[in-house]
Design a protein around this ligand. Structure first.
Ligand SMILES: Cc1ncc(COP(=O)(O)O)c(C=O)c1O
Length: 398
């Protein structure tokens, strides 16, 4: 067996199941899960219908680079959404469809890391767990950039030693962040681009929550807009990852894309051709329609904004929790230990939240997720409010 498999950490939900083992929550209370970040708003009907309409395409092998129509729709969306210079995203060379960002984030490290050197792959901490597994299976060492209250929940790029940057081959960022909801400002993204030039590394910007921002608020910037703002429309060393899972409530569609540096895309396409991960034709057709429509995204944002506001109205007077810049998570500071908090909440209220320490690794003996829990406001509004009421009663009773 590949010995690196043994280095993979248990997934947070495995650890959560273990934490809750032996607990029987009150049967009178229906379970409300805030632990898994799986979108649960309805998938727009036109997306489902488009899949059904195109199922006859099963008789052909799809190509790895995807249809020209899908790539054109993606390029058009990127330019409009991130106010990029017209024509700066060439759909032929700068865009690739992927089967959800999860597989692409994982595969990208396998494509980028040069194993002949001792490679570091940097990532935020706490973080989306795939970055670490991708680094380990690519033969690299993960390097954790703590995102704490002191750094406004963003990676502190100034705190990283030169020697570390020198050994870095790939840096994952997540903006808006899972779990903290923090958005990296344009200046910080540009600082990272300058560091990438100086130390010759690639930036993988996971922006899969970019469309879930407060209704009426300003849309988060992304790595491509930051690069374009530096006059860098070849997007050298930059790759962004976008998904329909959160934006369009279609996690089962398994659809997203990567875009950026044409040289990186060419190599990633080569990797993916061998990996064998072309997107099925019906998924491509539905994805194209989804990227071309914004109305359903506006409605989706409205619903998340409503839930975040209503839940915070109930919890903020009792719990140390701020509105996120974007995304659908609340990152709440717990009174006491986060695992104990999650366990007791489950036992007493049948509400599940994810302990922050399950999403992060200790650095210099300190786990930056410790003392936090992540609450995913994915359930229907009335369930989110009911969960908040139960958490309120739980906090008062403590
Ligand atoms: C930060 C982050 N990136 C990527 C993904 C993967 O999303 P998908 O593969 O559905 O595009 C998720 C899913 O929860 C996530 O939270």
């Amino acid at each position: 067996m590949n010995p690196d498999l043994a280095r993979l950490q248990p997934y947070p939900f495995e650890r959560l199941a273990k934490l809750f083992s032996g607990i029987t929550p009150p049967a009178a209370l229906q379970e409300i899960s805030l632990s898994i970040g799986e979108p649960r708003h309805a998938t727009p009907g036109f997306i489902t219908e488009e899949v059904i309409t195109h199922l006859h395409g099963l008789s052909n092998y799809p190509v790895t680079r995807g249809s020209a129509a899908l790539r054109a729709a993606i390029a058009g969306w990127l330019v409009a959404r991130f106010a990029l210079p017209a024509g700066s995203i060439d759909p032929e060379t700068m865009v690739l469809p992927v089967n959800g960002t999860r597989e692409a984030l994982f595969a990208f490290a396998q494509c980028i890391v040069d194993r002949s050197k001792t490679a570091l792959v940097a990532m935020p901490n706490p973080f989306y767990q795939i970055y670490e597994g991708a680094a380990l299976l690519a033969g690299a060492e993960p390097y954790f950039l703590n995102t704490t209250r002191a750094s406004a929940y963003r990676p502190d790029l100034d705190a990283v030693a030169r020697e570390v940057w020198q050994r870095c081959q790939l840096v994952y960022i997540c903006t808006p962040g899972n779990p903290t909801g923090a958005v990296m400002p344009v200046e910080q993204l540009q600082q990272l681009v300058r560091l990438a030039d100086e130390h010759d590394f690639v930036i993988a910007s996971d922006e899969c929550y970019s469309e879930i921002y407060p209704d009426g608020g300003s849309a988060p910037v992304g790595l491509l807009s930051a690069a374009a703002g530096m006059g860098r429309t070849d997007f050298r060393r930059c790759m962004v990852f976008h998904s329909l899972s959160k934006r369009s409530n279609a996690p089962g569609l398994r659809s997203g894309f990567v875009a950026g540096d044409a040289a990186l895309i060419a190599n990633f396409l080569r990797y993916r051709t061998y990996h064998g991960c072309a997107m099925p034709p019906a998924t491509q057709a539905a994805s194209r329609r989804a990227w071309e429509d914004e109305q359903h995204v506006v409605e989706n944002r409205r619903l998340y904004t409503r839930k975040i506001t209503e839940v915070l109205d109930i919890l903020a007077p009792l719990l140390d929790v701020q509105p996120p810049d974007a995304g659908f998570y609340l990152w709440a500071h717990t009174p006491g230990d986060d695992t104990e908090f999650a366990r007791a909440l489950h036992a007493q209220c049948n509400v599940t939240v994810l302990p922050g320490s399950f999403l992060s690794r200790p650095v210099a003996g300190k786990n930056p997720g410790q003392g936090y829990v992540r609450m995913a406001l994915v359930a229907p509004p009335e369930d989110c409010v009911e969960a908040a009421q139960r958490i309120k009663a739980f906090l008062i009773a403590r």
